[in-house]
Design a protein around this ligand. Sequence first.
Ligand SMILES: Nc1ncnc2c1ncn2[C@@H]1O[C@H](COP(=O)(O)OP(=O)(O)OP(=O)(O)O)[C@@H](O)[C@H]1O
Ligand SMILES: [Mg+2]
Length: 303
Amino acid sequence: MSDDTTTLPVAAVLQDVEHVPGAAKPDPIIIADDVVRRFGGMTAVDVDHLEVQKGVITALIGPNGAGKTTFFNLLTGFDAPNSGKWSFEGRSLSGKSAASVAKSGMVRTFQLTKALSRLTVLQNMLLASPNNPGERFVLSWLPFLWKKHEAEATAKAMEILARFKLDTKAQDYAGSLSGGQRKLLEMARALMTDPKIIMLDEPMAGVNPALVQSLLGHVQALRDEGMTVLFVEHDMHAVRHISDWVVVMAEGRIVAEGPPGTVMKDQAVVDAYLGAHHDTDLGDDALLDPEVLARLEAEEEKR
Ligand SMILES: Nc1ncnc2c1ncn2[C@@H]1O[C@H](COP(=O)(O)OP(=O)(O)OP(=O)(O)O)[C@@H](O)[C@H]1O
Ligand SMILES: [Mg+2]
């Protein structure tokens, strides 16, 4: 066998994957089975089977309320399912706390940003640093080690901030940043832990259009450096532009999977968007077929 599938061009890695919900992947980093989350009588997530391919960018799309954020919450230990199991790099993560999920290399950002507004940008970054000495009593007693750690973590933080053009804001309070800059800070902060997979919940929402292009570039660069990216996004231009694979969720279930160019032509996807309120950007360069787009627009006008 050749050494590693991830060294092949991305399209080739996924070339033989079937365009069906729950399709097997050549090298899955996440495998989820029968994951169910109910809120009262409503089933928010009901995923039979999902495999996320390692080393590629996968977009998770679907109408509002489809269960995308809830599914992220479950996978990352911020919420507990009614049933189901999932693994990350072959190790079970079901029932693990958010902290231990993050330690294993799976980090996520939030749809609503969680930057601590009364700390500076740099302080927000340092808090995310692994082995933050503030958490480690022994280290905090040894000023020499503490200083060394702080210097290294600060250098790393500044390097990551520079990538996101936030280095000049390092000493500003996070609360003074624009919504888009806070999104960037959250992504930057997630990178402090050197994650194996980064899960982004609507990273482009509220980001200035001028910054979107560079944000997309950053996401691609992470993939090119070997990181796996799973992102939720309503902006179809972004989805089409950077994703290698698209997974579609509706009413808690995975209803379609495939490459961005073909998945939105799938009847199940069209039905999902027709049947639900959506704030998806269906502009003329959208992922959708012109024919499908015309049908959706006609449907919208009837409302
Ligand atoms: N804590 C909760 N309590 C009750 N219902 C919830 C809770 N969290 C989510 N839900 C419901 O679960 C369903 C899925 O919500 P979720 O936020 O996961 O959707 P989403 O796909 O992320 O939507 P959006 O694209 O609007 O962010 C929705 O009907 C939502 O109202
Ligand atoms: Mg959501």
